[in-house]
Design a protein around this ligand. Structure first.
Ligand SMILES: NC(=O)c1ccc[n+]([C@@H]2O[C@H](COP(=O)([O-])OP(=O)(O)OC[C@H]3O[C@@H](n4cnc5c(N)ncnc54)[C@H](O)[C@@H]3O)[C@@H](O)[C@H]2O)c1
Ligand SMILES: O=c1ccn([C@@H]2O[C@H](COP(=O)(O)OP(=O)(O)O[C@H]3O[C@H](CO)[C@@H](O)[C@H](O)[C@H]3O)[C@@H](O)[C@H]2O)c(=O)[nH]1
Length: 425
């Protein structure tokens, strides 16, 4: 099938590469000329494990082309995916300006039947509005159908998640496009959830809101457990074995960040308020998440006197391991707070260079040289498997703050350090 994917970000590139690997002919379009010229040279502008290899392979096979010319791509495709960003606007609502710009362009280009599929996360009602807008702009009703097909991939495991999703959600107003998407995705084995356009949009927000609430729940328990000298890892283990709760997303620590959970929770809150509903649980999840940076800085202050005079190394800047994405990164917020406290901050991240008043390092062990404190802010594998004897040799001080509960307190203490964490006695 000929497919046009609009937006060459995490979702657009992964969708394009996976559909090309299924044998479809994919035109991936982005209006960022720089991005397209990089992709044309076989360079992928984001760090996502396995993505560059997959893109190069199917680009060379001729199944995947990159362009900034939307019109040609639309003309030669029967399925059009919209995968542009929908960030938060200043007032906390989803900023749909990129999405609307695409809708405007499409309205001038469609002159034969197209299935228009929204992959971007958009507020409930947006796909219905898209359908009305295209009709108002004169696109014939026979020439298009609109489908809401939200994306559930996680950064860092985007390809695996796209090939092995736990479900495919298809929101439609009539049955016809369902068969088209079934054919497109026939290599994927996953239950289909067929619902209305609004239903599909709500499922996406509900999923991210639930994940955020689950993380804030375990972080609230961590605060309480800390006061009673209870290990939160034991609590998570005990909780997670109950199949009604499940073991995932019970990792307490610095809280959630990234390009999706914070923005989608806030957007869901606004969508509720727009209807006169106060979303108490969603607000609480955000309040708890926002309190975690202070919690860890206070923890540090309780053990390290004269914090502003200290040299502190932070390991990790991305919002989670295996990505270069720093959008809403809790690690960066922690770095900001340490700078504000007056600390001398040194940073090592395997991919990210931090554009702040810090010293960045290319080598992990160099970054801890003469440091008073080491903070692990993102649980990259190289940090959890560090050579602690070497770290001890290089550091001046002996305090390690584990903000992701990813280190073994026993191992850390065994190497002569003071281990600090929340609810990690
Ligand atoms: N990142 C994720 O893990 C993830 C997962 C699931 C869903 N989502 C959702 O998918 C959407 C895209 O997310 P992302 O992280 O891939 O975004 P992104 O910011 O990484 O990429 C979006 C791309 O769209 C391009 N773009 C903007 N306007 C355009 C236009 N008019 N024409 C062509 N290209 C245009 C931008 O240049 C950019 O390259 C968002 O709604 C997001 O909430 C993201
Ligand atoms: O037990 C946990 C699990 C995660 N996190 C943090 O939560 C954030 C988000 O993690 P994750 O959900 O793995 O990352 P994303 O790639 O942002 O993926 C989420 O957001 C995407 C965009 O909507 C969705 O598609 C995915 O299903 C959803 O998991 C990160 O900062 C993690 O460090 C925790 O603190 N504790």
């Amino acid at each position: 099938m000929d497919v046009c994917v609009i937006g060459a970000g995490y979702v657009g590139l992964t969708t394009s590469a996976v559909l090309a690997s299924f044998g479809h002919h994919v035109h991936c379009v982005d209006n960022d000329e720089l991005k397209i010229s990089m992709l044309l040279e076989g360079k992928v502008p984001i760090y996502e494990p396995g993505l560059e290899e997959l893109i190069i392979e199917y680009k060379e096979k001729g199944n995947l082309v990159f362009t900034s010319q939307l019109s040609d791509a639309v003309k030669s495709s029967s399925i059009i995916f919209i995968a542009v960003g929908t960030p938060l606007s200043e007032d906390g609502m989803a900023d749909l300006s990129f999405y609307q710009a695409v809708a405007d362009e499409l309205s001038t280009l469609i002159d034969s039947y197209k299935t228009i599929v929204t992959k971007s996360t958009v507020p409930v009602g947006t796909n219905n509005k898209l359908q009305r807008k295209l009709l108002e702009k004169g696109v014939s009703a026979e020439n298009f159908d609109v489908v809401s097909n939200p994306e559930f991939l996680r950064e860092g495991t985007a390809i695996y998640d796209t090939l092995h999703p736990d479900k495919i959600v298809i929101g439609v107003n009539k049955p016809k496009p369902v068969a088209t998407l079934q054919k497109l995705y026939q290599q994927i084995e996953a239950p289909l959830i067929i619902t209305s356009l609004n239903g599909a949009e709500m499922i996406k927000y509900a999923s991210n809101a639930f994940l955020a609430v689950k993380i804030s729940f375990i972080n609230e328990l961590a605060k309480i457990s800390d006061a009673y000298d209870v290990d939160i890892m034991d609590v998570a283990l005990g909780l997670g074995t109950d199949p009604r709760i499940g073991p995932h997303f019970l990792q307490a620590g610095l809280g959630y960040g990234g390009s999706c959970l914070p923005k989608d929770l806030t957007s869901m809150e606004h969508q509720a308020q727009k209807q006169g509903i106060t979303p108490h649980l969603l607000k609480a999840a955000k309040t708890i998440n926002d309190s975690l940076i202070d919690l860890y800085v206070e923890k540090l202050k309780s053990k390290v006197t004269n914090l502003p005079t200290k040299r502190i190394t932070v390991w990790g800047a991305s919002f989670k391991p295996n990505t270069d994405d720093t959008r809403h990164s809790q690690a960066l917020k922690l770095i900001d707070q340490l700078i504000e406290e007056g600390c001398e901050v040194h940073v090592f991240d395997p991919i990210v260079t931090v554009d702040k008043q810090v010293t960045n390092y290319k080598e992990m062990y160099e970054s801890v040289k003469r440091s008073d404190v080491l903070i692990v802010a993102t649980e990259w594998k190289q940090f959890t498997q560090a050579d602690w004897a070497l770290v001890k040799e290089k550091m001046k001080g002996e305090t390690i703050l584990d903000c992701r509960n990813c280190l073994s307190p026993r191992t850390i203490k065994h190497h002569g350090f003071t281990y600090l964490g929340v609810a990690r006695p």
